[in-house]
Design a binder for this molecule. Structure first.
Ligand SMILES: C[S@@+](CC[C@H](N)C(=O)[O-])C[C@H]1O[C@@H](n2cnc3c(N)ncnc32)[C@H](O)[C@@H]1O
Length: 237
């Protein structure tokens, strides 16, 4: 099942439509901060080592590339996404020549149990949050493909803790994300969806609770840019 969007169009189709402008629009909307956030999450992720890493909802492969830069020789990296136009862009990215790309839905990963030492996701947890039970089930799917002791690193937009900052953040998202995204990409549905999903997403404590509920251990989070985004790191027992 695809996440319902305000336009009623399937999410996979929406991502296919914005693939060409996706990175450019992100740079503008986050004032360039998204690159540093991904790099920071990748550094946290790489710290734990291991020889098999998986980036889910990889899109144009920016997180996979940041991981590849940090990966010790011999590390195998796989990247999964259900949008062919997004993956097609990732495949041509310098630095990802040795990454294995897989077209698939992350709710049913095509890997045996306990395959990976690391699973990462960036700016896509909102998309798999079709409902809280489905998000939990998808986290359990990530848990399934992790080896015991393996880590899951989640980078996503979040909710600032201070009410006035949160109100300003929501106003920015409501006014600018929709309009600037639409103007730059020509895709109104995509950026209307983005704005609504950012405002409706969980705060960091609530997301930590969902990870614990799905069965992850040692869940810790770090707020970024006054809480506009957060990195959650968790572990499979
Ligand atoms: C906002 S983009 C994030 C891309 C990338 N991780 C980044 O940091 O820029 C979300 C990506 O998740 C993918 N996606 C959403 N739901 C998915 C699912 N259920 N299975 C596989 N990919 C999915 C979309 O196709 C899209 O490429």
């Amino acid at each position: 099942m695809d996440k319902p969007t305000p336009s009623g169009r399937p999410l996979r189709e929406i991502f296919g439509e914005i693939a060409g402008s996706y990175e450019r629009v992100n740079r503008v909307l986050t004032l360039g901060l998204d690159r540093g956030w991904r790099r920071r999450a990748a550094r946290r992720a790489a710290r734990g080592g291991g020889s098999r890493w998986l980036d889910v909802c990889s899109g144009t492969g920016e997180m996979a590339r940041d991981l590849a830069r940090l990966a010790p020789a011999g590390t195998e990296i796989a990247a999964v996404d259900f949008s062919l136009p997004m993956l097609a862009r990732a495949r041509t990215k310098p630095g990802l020549e040795r990454t294995g790309f897989v077209l698939g839905d992350v709710k049913r990963l095509p890997f045996p149990d306990a395959t990976f030492d690391l699973v990462t996701i960036s700016f896509a947890t909102r998309n798999i949050n079709i409902s809280r039970p489905i998000l939990e089930a998808t986290f359990r799917e990530f848990l399934r493909v992790l080896r015991p002791g393996g880590r899951f690193v989640n980078l996503e937009t979040s909710q600032p803790a201070v009410p006035v900052v949160r109100a300003l953040f929501h106003a920015y998202v409501g006014i600018l994300v929709r309009r600037v995204g639409w103007r730059m990409s020509g895709a109104l549905a995509g950026y209307a969806y983005l704005a609504s999903s950012i405002r409706a997403f969980y705060g960091p404590g609530e997301l930590a609770g969902i990870l614990l509920g799905a069965g992850f251990d040692e869940v810790a989070f770090e707020r970024l840019f006054f809480g506009a985004a957060a990195i959650h790191v968790s572990r499979k027992r």
